[in-house]
Design a binder for this molecule. Structure first.
Ligand code: 2P0
Length: 337
């Protein structure tokens, strides 16, 4: 990456028209999305369930203009090389196709958390980009259309569009028009505390996209698919009924299935770090006595959910391990600012 200014020397403030800004939150899956029936437009095999994380935010300004000869992305003040913006390109191309716009789009994005450490920065990034760029292009998409648009950039971004707890319907159509996320409960439905524990700040050694592809060659792939086919229904019931024991069982089983599957790839994919395991062991022990559970996505960082009365104990466990953390709540969906 190289520093600003962008190649034309212009900043987005030079072209005030066709401009909009949006924010979106990262989301963490309770029932995971893992494996694609279509790699080009990110269509999953199974439905997934997630919650938005209030404290993990991407803010993006999109500006369409005639001055740049190609689309561009600037993250936290650094220009991303053109060859690395393929995900966003799919979103922007879809907007051009819908609107007939011929202009290029420059996106300026700010994350308040580390990129590519398994904390779903591509989800919040693509969701904020889809909302800002479509609005700036004059489109007024409904929630499911926006969720589908965000999905083109990164599958999990579909779930950062709706509010609170979300379900991404895998859909069955080839064109993906029925593959989008909806809210199953607002953020205040269940006042749980969320701890995002930073076990590692080093980028992942493999992207989720590549890891998913490799997992389909594991000897346990079919077993994984069979075992997870009802995971979204089970997780949704637990959330709707605010049944913490059921949520714990669903989340722990789904997390371990994914990580066990990854370990059975050749060569093995190990997302966990020693500190992740240490913290998981603490949480598994604690979960026998209080309402606390945890999950990891495709990285070493651990995300913990607990009931209001438990958070001081959970916090002490994390502090005892000397790990940095963010304490937060279930977050809202993407919105214009
Ligand atoms: C999830 N993950 O449900 C699962 C669990 C990681 C582990 O969705 O290839 O970055 O861009 O569609 O969305 C991460 O996958 O992958 C992810 P692409 P994405 O949250």
């Amino acid at each position: 990456m190289r520093p600003l200014p962008f190649q034309s020397g212009k900043t987005v403030t030079d072209t005030p028209n066709l401009k909009a800004s949006a924010i979106a939150h990262a989301n963490i899956a309770v029932a995971k999305y893992w494996g694609k029936r279509n790699n080009e437009i990110n269509l999953p095999y199974t439905d997934s369930i997630a919650f938005n994380v209030d404290a993990l935010v991407t803010e993006t300004t999109a500006c369409w203009n005639d001055d740049d000869f190609r689309d561009g992305l600037v993250i936290n003040g650094w220009e991303v090389p053109a060859q690395n913006i393929g995900r966003l390109q799919r979103i922007l191309d879809a907007i051009r196709q819908k609107t007939g716009l011929t202009q290029r789009c420059i996106l300026h994005s700010k994350n308040n958390f580390n990129l590519a450490t398994g904390l779903a920065s591509s989800a919040s990034g693509c969701a904020a980009a889809a909302l800002a760029a479509s609005k700036a292009a004059g489109l007024d998409l409904n929630e499911s259309e926006l969720s589908s648009l965000a999905r083109l950039g990164s599958g999990s971004a579909a779930r950062s569009i709706p509010d609170g707890w979300t379900r991404w319907h895998a859909g069955t159509r080839e064109d993906g028009s029925d593959s989008y996320a909806v809210s199953i409960a607002p953020p205040n439905h269940w006042p749980l505390h969320v701890f995002v524990v930073q076990v590692s700040d080093t980028p992942k050694s493999i992207s989720s996209t590549d890891a998913m592809r490799k997992c389909q060659d594991s000897p346990f792939w079919q077993t994984y698919l069979n075992e997870t086919k009802d995971a979204a229904d089970i997780a949704q019931n637990a959330i709707v009924q605010r049944d913490f024991a059921a949520l714990t069982a669903a989340m722990h089983h789904n997390t371990m299935l994914l990580h066990a599957l990854a370990m059975t790839c050749q060569p093995p994919i190990l997302f966990l770090a020693p500190k992740s395991l240490e913290l998981i062991q603490h949480i598994l022990r604690s979960s026998q006595a209080m309402q606390v559970c945890c999950t990891l996505d495709a990285g070493a960082n651990v995300v913990i959910l607990c009931e209001e009365v438990c958070w001081p104990f959970v916090k002490n466990d994390i502090i005892a391990l000397g790990l940095p953390y963010i304490q937060t709540h279930i977050g809202h969906g993407a919105r214009l600012i």
